[in-house]
Design a protein around this ligand. Structure first.
Ligand code: GDP
Length: 208
């Protein structure tokens, strides 16, 4: 069954003035182009194609807002790190995202998508700094776990948790195999404040 059966596309914004009214609770998904962000959103929500998986990486420069029912929203931030994107567009992306993170009061938490084979990049680190301009929780999904063997997956998780420490929780995830899916869903509910008390996912396992 879908996690949020009422999930629906609300609007795409290219300018902060187009953002929906800043009320209720929002969780944003962010990550490099091709990190598996759209696949993660669709798998976690149990909806095949709510977020469009990128056919041509770097093309979407818009912030996509989805309503989850009530005053809850999921926000799909444009992927970054695609080398062929023109400088002016990259600059626009930076300003848009920075404005979003600095001013968005309903933003409660961010799910940061990192390709487990790649690990944290400087752009991910920059993004984390922007996210932390306000007190917000960050949860990292180390995606495409199915492409790693057990040892590599464990290494990827421990490298990440060593660098981020208490700044984020983290887990392994695969949209293809479904590993880590229940943990990711549970964390999303926490970030949206759907449970009274948040129960941190043990950061050393990707197991459900
Ligand atoms: P986005 O650009 O970050 O939204 O990434 P997409 O979700 O469009 O995925 C980019 C590519 O990675 C696509 O070819 C997906 O099929 C692939 N991909 C996404 N998730 C997984 C996963 O869990 N395992 C594997 N092996 N490939 C994945």
């Amino acid at each position: 069954m879908a996690l949020y059966p009422q999930a629906e596309f609300l609007l795409s914004a290219n300018d902060p003035r187009q953002f929906p009214v800043d009320r209720g609770t929002e969780v944003a998904f962010a990550g490099r182009s091709n990190s598996g962000k759209s696949s993660a959103i669709n798998t976690i929500l149990g909806r095949r194609s709510l977020a469009r998986t990128s056919k041509s990486p770097g093309q979407t420069r818009l912030i996509n807002f989805f309503g989850l029912g009530g005053e809850e929203r999921l926000v799909d931030l444009p992927g970054y790190g695609f080398a062929k994107v023109p400088v002016a567009m990259r600059q626009h992306w930076g300003e848009l995202i920075q404005t979003y993170f600095e001013g968005r009061e309903s933003l409660n938490g961010v799910v940061l998508i990192i390709d487990a084979r790649r690990g944290l990049t400087d752009q991910d680190r920059q993004l984390i700094d922007w996210i932390e301009t306000a007190p917000r929780q960050i949860h990292v999904l180390l995606t495409k776990e199915d492409k790693l063997n057990r040892n590599e997956a464990r290494q990827a998780l421990s490298t990440l948790t060593r660098e981020l420490g208490s700044r984020a929780t983290a887990q392994l995830f695969s949209a293809h195999s479904g590993s880590g899916l229940e943990a990711a869903r549970s964390r999303l509910r926490d970030l949206l404040g759907d449970r009274q008390k948040s129960t941190p996912v043990a950061s050393a396992t990707g197991a459900d």
